[in-house]
Design a binder for this molecule. Structure first.
Ligand code: FMN
Length: 437
């Protein structure tokens, strides 16, 4: 069955009671610390109700008001409903002494920005750090949910749309806005979602991002490999490593101890991740095989070269040298195949970039290489997959196939990690059952 990921941002007034009910039964996140950032929009008047709803679900809510947010809702109301002193100033030394803005950012399990004015969107998207909310946004490792609210003209402006696209690419979940009548009398998109929808979205988002992989050791391979012809030339591919790095980040956010084995890429190591740099497929294979016995799970995201030149010349090959007219290639180690044939082996997730018969090839590869799951993407589509900021993938496992629609690589990685952890935990539960019975 092909199912799609949960998405928010439906029209005004929609309620998905079933999700709420499911969260209450299974996925409730106890004592979650939520920072609620409130910007300068008339929709700020709805935030007292949001605070109440989140608290009713067991969350601890810390309101943070921007300078303009204070014009629309009082700190007294928010403080009475949240049971906590409202934070509204970066330069409040008394509050900073009690818990400074970096500690506050670390304290949060989730940052919700609702309403996010056009100004707040602009400052978050551009990495400004000129007030308490923007500093917390930059400093926090928690997932971020943003609910825009503004006049339809402001929302439709290309500058706002650029900021929203940047935030999405940075892994922020944007919910809404809804379309409807606006405070200014206009009709169109820009209304903040209702507090019930926002509370539901926040809880669902937390459930999706909860630390499902606590205590697990996960190895992620990423990037291309380089197969040397001589000291300066090599055979490689266009993999940027971004999808693998995003998977490493998402697994780390979910609580795993992550080792990232990376080919040559120009990327920062995600915070909390241990990185081992390699160059060739053979180097990557040695590191993976050395470490695999300690791992519970492997995500093989790297685009490993299948072949390498049989001979690596010691010095730079000269133009006139006839031996280079023909390069003899030999097969590299099949890293994922070798991990798949280990007994016992870790839970194994492969990645495949295909250009034709995408799903059929991926299904066949999953079985042939003995993988628990495979993530496949169509790299014939320009602008997706290799060397791009976004991806659209299908996750294939023994119980089905799920399409994760076009989104930033970090959003895709979080969805993959979330589903894979479900599959991992249910496989572990069935193994346990079969041992007991
Ligand atoms: C009555 C009134 C209502 C406003 N409503 C909104 C709004 O809904 N969305 C928005 O983006 N800006 C709105 N603004 C403008 C913002 O408050 C203004 O851009 C402010 O600088 C935003 O600051 P912030 O970063 O604290 O949110 C409104 C202004 C006024 C005077």
């Amino acid at each position: 069955m092909l199912s799609r990921g949960v998405s928010f941002g439906k029209g005004a007034g929609t309620r998905t009671i079933t999700i709420f009910a499911r969260l209450q039964q299974n996925d409730r996140v106890p004592k979650a610390n939520i920072i609620l950032g409130i910007g300068g929009s008339i929709a700020a008047a709805k935030t007292p109700r949001l605070v109440r709803l989140l608290r009713k679900e067991g969350a601890v809510v810390q309101p943070v008001l921007t300078r303009s947010g204070k014009e629309f809702v009082t700190a007294t109301t928010l403080s009475a409903l949240s049971g906590r002193p409202v934070r509204d100033e970066l330069w409040d030394m008394e509050a900073e002494h009690a818990m400074n803005h970096i500690e506050l950012a670390r304290w949060a399990d989730l940052l919700v920005v609702a309403p996010a004015s056009a100004n707040v969107l602009g400052s978050l998207a551009n990495g400004l750090a000129n007030d308490l909310l923007s500093c917390i946004y930059l400093a926090t490792a928690a997932p971020v949910l943003v609910a825009p609210a503004m006049n339809q003209g402001m929302w439709n402006h290309p500058a706002t749309q650029r900021n929203v696209a940047t935030l999405r690419a940075d892994g922020v979940q944007i919910v809404g806005p809804a379309t409807g009548e606006q405070a200014c009398g206009d009709f169109g998109p820009g209304r903040m979602l209702e507090p019930e929808d926002l509370a539901e979205a926040a809880l669902q988002f937390m459930a999706d991002n909860r630390r499902r992989l606590d205590g697990l050791r996960i190895l992620v391979t990423a990037g291309p490999t380089r197969e040397a012809l001589d000291p300066v030339r090599y055979i490689s591919n266009a993999s940027s490593g971004r999808q693998g790095f995003a998977v490493a980040q998402a697994a780390c956010e979910a609580g795993a101890h992550v080792t990232l084995v990376s080919g040559p890429v120009e990327l920062e190591t995600p915070s909390g991740v241990e990185r081992v740099d390699v160059v060739s497929a053979s180097d990557m294979s040695s590191v993976v095989m050395e470490r695999v016995a300690e791992c519970d799970m492997v995500f093989a995201v790297a685009a490993v070269a299948d072949h390498r030149p049989e001979r690596r010349f010691e010095s730079k090959i000269k133009r006139q040298r006839s031996s280079i007219q023909r390069v003899q290639l030999v097969e590299n180690e099949d890293i994922i195949g070798n991990v798949g044939s280990l007994r016992p082996r870790p839970f194994l997730v492969g990645f495949a970039a295909e250009t034709e018969d995408i799903l059929a090839n991926a299904r066949e590869k999953r079985l042939r290489k003995n993988l628990d799951a495979i993530v496949v993407n169509d790299v014939s589509d320009q602008g997706l997959g290799f060397d791009s900021a976004e991806n659209e993938v299908t996750l294939i496992h023994s119980d089905g196939e799920e399409l994760f629609e076009r989104a930033s690589k970090l959003e895709i990685a979080r969805k993959i990690v979330n589903r894979v952890s479900d599959i991992y935990h249910s496989a572990a539960a069935s193994r346990l059952e079969s041992l007991v019975s």
